[in-house]
Write a protein that binds this ligand. Structure first.
Ligand code: GLC
Length: 563
């Protein structure tokens, strides 16, 4: 089974926000197709498309009313096929959201289910005469929902929903539901899709007396999906959205390696939810401890060789603070969400650049960390140019505004003549992050821009497989303001250093085990003095980062000197 995803750079695309190909003010597949070269230029290998299916859009498409149709705002199935063919022609892969846990209440299954107890679809959902069952399940959309049960007048019963009330949970105890979802999976994989990001994976089954998350039944069904994919579509992948503690994320990888026939595999990849908020904490506290502890915890629960973590900084949702202690949450809110409007549910509705005060040094450092953590990094559209947000828009809409392509009318997102009121959401137009200042055209033209810096980091990362495949160990520096990771792979050694603090940091590690090694900065080409075995003096400027290659003369031979 090809492990392409272990070296890949992922990029999350909100289709509506990316590029409008027909001038109706909404991004679509035609627009996205026209932008495919952009991803190549940046060095992206795989796009993750947010839901593209028919939907009343009460939760931006995570409320699906027909799994087999493309949302008309995004185009037609033919537009999708053209897009996919064009992406594949460029060597890009594409995965899409697979919303397993729930449908829209407008889905014909739910409409039939609520209309009659005799309907064959009744049992597709979870009904009850009381709203007192499964009391131990937390409420996720806390700011809006007061219960996971909603009363349905027509049905004369309550139905179960882990997200918005307009998203009734499917009943995975029903074999027909399990079959339906395999059909959905087959349909899109037959069209050539390279896999799925499985939305809300932990919540498929409910059992009394549990918190209804990560249940053995849920894992068993996810393994069934994986088996189905391995049998019929080898090389396609499953990426888990399982926002859980390290101990509970680990089981989503399963135990097996299908190529050896041992154990039972589950997901190829899982987002590294545990480390994400801790990167922000580490930056705010100038202390690497939380990152190291979390990576150690997840590293101890080591994942199978054929699996990969998916680290990320931001995505289309609020920066989740569900899996942190109450004290950590308070700290994060105080530091990163001083205005009440910046908070949403148990999280923070802000984009990367505003979170980091638009400070170029911190932004670069955040990308340097993301791109050097164990795993295959996942970028969120617009963060590579330092786009801003609009906390005054509803729900999470302020993180999903139109991509800023240039300083022209409609930021180049839609036609020049399209009235701006027609855009699905207002452009970011403030002084600091507005499209006139922050856009792809300006950054592409400036070799020193954030965009170019990120592009170069991606390129360097891709030339060195140790980043995606290597062993990663922490250098136990006394100075906790510096995060230092040693990456080794196939006899090659890299050392990445990150100064998390606003002041210069002096280091003098011995690096004894690399005595005699030549030291070269991968991002700058700068030559450092060789390692002598005596304390190796290094100074990192505020928020500075180094990616160093350590070439040991004995193991690499003279030919390596020119590499
Ligand atoms: C996931 C998505 C989020 C959505 C929810 C319900 O958490 O990331 O955007 O609202 O699932 O489908």
């Amino acid at each position: 089974m090809p492990l392409w995803f272990k070296d890949a750079i992922f990029y999350e695309v909100y289709i509506r926000a990316f590029a409008d190909g027909n001038g109706d003010g909404h991004g679509d597949f035609r627009g996205l197709t026209a932008k495919l070269d952009y991803f190549k230029e940046l060095g992206v290998d795989c796009l993750w498309l947010q839901p593209m299916y028919a939907s009343p859009l009460k939760d931006d498409g995570y409320d699906i009313s027909d799994y087999y149709r493309i949302h008309p705002d995004y185009g037609t199935l033919d537009d999708f096929k053209t897009f996919l063919a064009e992406a594949h022609a460029r060597g890009l892969r594409v995965i899409a959201d697979l919303v397993l846990n729930h449908t829209s209440d407008q889905h014909p299954w739910f409409q039939a289910a609520r209309a009659s107890r005799a309907s064959p679809y009744r049992d597709y959902y979870v009904w009850s005469d009381t709203d007192q069952k499964y009391k131990d399940a937390r409420i996720i959309f806390l700011d809006i929902e007061k219960s996971n049960w909603a009363w349905d007048e027509l049905a004369g019963q309550y139905y179960w929903h882990r997200f918005y009330a307009c998203q009734p949970d499917l009943n995975y105890d029903h074999p027909a539901v399990r079959r339906e979802m395999l059909n959905v999976i087959r349909f899109w994989l037959d069209l050539g899709l390279d896999g799925f990001r499985a939305d809300a994976a932990p919540y498929l089954f409910e059992r009394e007396g549990t918190n209804c998350e990560n249940l053995p039944e849920t894992h068993a069904y996810l393994k069934e999906i994986r088996r189905f994919m391995d049998d019929h579509y080898p090389g396609r992948i499953l990426l888990a959205e399982a926002n859980q503690w390290p101990l509970d994320v680990r089981p989503y990888f399963g135990d097996g390696d299908p190529s050896t026939g041992s154990g039972q595999a589950e997901f190829h990849m899982a987002f590294h939810f545990p480390v994400m908020p801790r990167i922000f904490m580490a930056l705010a506290q100038a202390d690497r401890t939380k990152i190291v502890e979390t990576l150690r915890a997840t590293g101890r629960l080591s994942i199978p060789e054929n699996c990969q973590w998916g680290p990320f900084l931001r995505n289309h949702d609020e920066l989740t603070l569900e899996m942190v202690t109450p004290e950590e949450r308070e700290f994060m809110w105080r530091t990163y969400a001083p205005e009440p409007r910046m908070r949403l549910n148990l999280g923070i509705r802000r984009r990367l650049a505003p979170l980091l005060d638009g400070d170029r040094r911190k932004l670069e450092l955040a990308f340097a960390i993301l791109l050097s953590l164990p795993g295959s990094p996942i970028l969120y559209y617009g963060d590579e140019i330092g786009m801003g947000d609009n906390i005054w828009l509803d729900d999470r809409d302020g993180l999903r505004t139109p991509m800023q392509w240039d300083a022209g009318p409609n930021a180049g997102f839609s036609g020049r003549d399209v009235p701006s009121e027609r855009l699905y959401a207002p452009l970011i137009d403030d002084e600091r992050y507005g499209y006139r200042r922050v856009n792809v055209a300006i950054e592409r033209a400036d070799p020193n821009s954030l965009w170019h810096t990120v592009r170069r980091m991606i390129a360097v990362r891709k030339q060195n497989r140790a980043f995606g495949r290597g062993r990663h160990e922490f250098l136990p520096l006394k100075n906790r303001a510096v995060l230092a990771i040693v990456h080794t792979y196939n006899g090659e050694t890299f050392l990445t250093l990150n100064n998390l603090s606003p002041s210069p940091q002096r280091l003098s590690p011995t690096l004894r085990q690399w005595k005699g090694a030549r030291v070269r900065g991968l991002l700058t080409g700068r030559e450092f003095p060789p390692v002598t075995g005596k304390p190796y003096a290094l100074t990192l400027q505020p928020y500075e980062y180094f990616w160093l290659k350590l070439d040991r003369p004995t193991s690499t031979g003279p030919g390596a000197a020119s590499s």
